[in-house]
Write a protein that binds this ligand. Structure first.
Ligand code: PLP
Length: 372
C-alpha cells in the first residue's frame, strides 16, 4: 500500500543554500566540513548534495548509512562518527576511510584487521573536554595513545584529533575548549615530529564560533549535520540572530482525522498515559481541537513538532495520534485538511529513519523563502 499522508517534503534548494552558506563561511576560516547525514537517515540524495555544496567528506554514526550511500554511488570519503564496535571493525575498514577512536584495544584490533585485509585506515583520536561522552579524559594517556598509533600501528594512520561537545553534557563549545584541544594537538605533534592533518572542533554547536568569527586558528575541521539539515536549534533554541539559514528545509504534512470542541482537562481519575508518564493538564475550559494522523511512532515526541499555522499548538499525542489545539487558528480546518509542521532534530531523525514515510523532493521556483 502506498500512503499519501503523512509525508515529508524536502526542499533541495533551501538545503543547498544552507550547505553552501556553512561550507563557505568555514572555508574562509580554514575549516573543512564533514557533511553529517545521520540526522536525515543517511539519505543518499542529501549526501550527494552535501558533497556538491563543498563538504570535503561525508559522516555518519551508522555504518549501514555509509554502506547504502556507497552503493548509491555517492563519492566519499566517509568518516564513521560513532566510535566503532570491535564486532564491526572489518566493515569499518572496508567501507570507511576514517573513524573516530577512543580505545587503545580497538586501535590495536584495527591494525590487525587492516593487516588481514591488506588495507589502511585513518583515525581521529577523541578528547573529552567535559561533555562526558566519547574521548580520553586523561590527556597524557591520549597523547601516549596517539604516539602508539604513529609508531607501532603501520596500517592505522593518525590523521588527527577531535572533540565532541554539546551532546551528553550539553557543554557549550567555546574558544577556551578549542584552545585546550589545540594544546593537546601541539603535544602530540611535538612527540611524533610532524603536523596533524585534522583538528576537529566538533559539530553544529561548534559552528557558532565560526559564525561569530571567534574560532581559534588551527581548528581545521568540523562535522556538521543539524544546523544545515533543519537549522532549528541555533536560530530558535540558542536564539542566535542572522544565521542566514533556512529553517524550513523539511516540512511534514499530516491529515486531520477529527475536529471537536472538548474539555481541556481529562474527566475521571488520572493515572498514567500510554507511555508510562503522568502528565499534568491545565483546565482552560472547552476548546476546539483536532487530531492529525501522525504519532510518536513516526516522529518521536510530537510535542517537539512546530506547527506552521499561527494559533495552533501541539497538546500531545500517542503512538499514532497527534492532538492540536486549534481554537485560535484563523484557518477553518476540516476533516481531511492537511496541517504542516517544521521538525525539531529528533522529529527529523525518526521521520527519516522510517521507510514507510513518503518523501517528496522539491525545489523553490523563484519564491523568496524566509531566513533565520
Ligand atoms: C552527530 C555527530 C556530529 C554531527 O552533529 P550535528 O549536531 O548534527 O551537527 C558530529 N560528530 C559526532 C561525533 C556526532 O556523533
Amino acid at each position: 500500500m502506498k500512503r499519501q499522508f503523512p509525508r515529508l517534503i524536502i526542499n533541495l534548494s533551501r538545503l543547498r543554500q544552507n550547505m553552501l552558506h556553512v561550507t563557505d563561511l568555514c572555508r574562509q576560516s580554514g575549516i573543512q566540513v564533514c557533511g553529517v547525514i545521520k540526522g536525515c537517515g543517511g539519505l543518499p540524495t542529501i549526501a550527494r548534495l552535501f558533497r556538491l555544496c563543498g563538504a570535503s567528506e561525508l559522516g555518519s554514526s551508522r555504518l549501514e548509512q555509509i554502506i547504502s550511500c556507497h552503493e548509491a554511488g555517492i563519492p566519499g570519503p566517509y568518516l564513521l562518527l560513532r566510535i566503532p564496535m570491535l564486532s564491526e571493525l572489518e566493515e569499518v575498514v572496508r567501507w570507511c576511510d576514517t573513524s573516530l577512536q577512543s580505545e587503545l584495544s580497538v586501535l590495536n584490533a584495527l591494525e590487525e584487521v587492516c593487516q588481514r585485509l591488506n588495507s589502511t585506515h585513518r583515525v581521529i583520536v577523541m578528547a573529552d573536554l567535559g561533555d562526558l561522552r566519547e574521548g580520553f579524559w586523561n590527556h597524557d594517556e591520549m597523547v601516549d595513545v596517539c604516539v602508539h598509533v604513529e609508531k607501532h600501528l603501520p596500517h592505522v594512520h593518525l590523521a588527527g584529533i577531535g572533540v565532541n561537545l554539546g551532546c551528553y553534557g550539553s557543554i557549550q563549545p567555546t574558544a577556551d575548549k578549542m584552545h585546550s584541544l589545540l594544546t593537546i594537538a601541539h603535544h602530540v605533534e611535538a612527540r611524533i615530529g610532524r603536523k596533524l592533518e585534522v583538528i576537529s572542533g566538533g559539530a553544529s554547536s561548534s559552528y557558532t564560533l565560526v559564525h561569530w568569527g571567534t574560532m581559534p586558528a588551527g581548528i581545521n575541521h568540523l562535522r556538521i549535520g543539524e544546523t544545515v539539515l533543519n537549522a532549528h536549534d541555533l536560530p530558535y533554541v540558542w536564539k542566535i540572530p542572522n544565521m542566514g539559514l533556512h529553517p524550513d528545509t523539511m516540512v511534514l504534512q499530516a491529515e486531520v482525522v477529527e475536529i471537536k470542541t472538548k474539555p481541556t482537562y481529562p474527566v475521571g481519575n488520572i493515572i498514567i498515559d500510554a507511555f508510562g508518564n503522568k502528565p499534568t493538564y491545565v483546565d482552560r475550559g472547552f476548546r476546539k481541537r483536532c487530531i492529525v494522523a501522525i504519532g510518536r511512532a513516526d516522529v518521536g515526541d510530537v510535542e517537539q513538532l512546530i506547527p506552521r499555522d499561527k494559533g495552533i499548538t501541539v497538546l500531545g499525542g500517542s503512538s499514532d495520534h497527534c492532538l492540536l489545539d486549534i481554537q485560535d487558528c484563523k484557518r477553518n480546518l476540516q476533516v481531511g485538511d492537511i496541517v504542516e509542521f517544521l521538525l525539531s532534530y529528533p522529529n527529523m531523525l525518526y521521520a527519516t529513519a522510517r521507510n514507510d514515510l513518503p518523501l517528496h523532493f522539491t525545489e523553490d521556483n523563484g519564491e523568496d523563502p524566509e531566513l533565520a
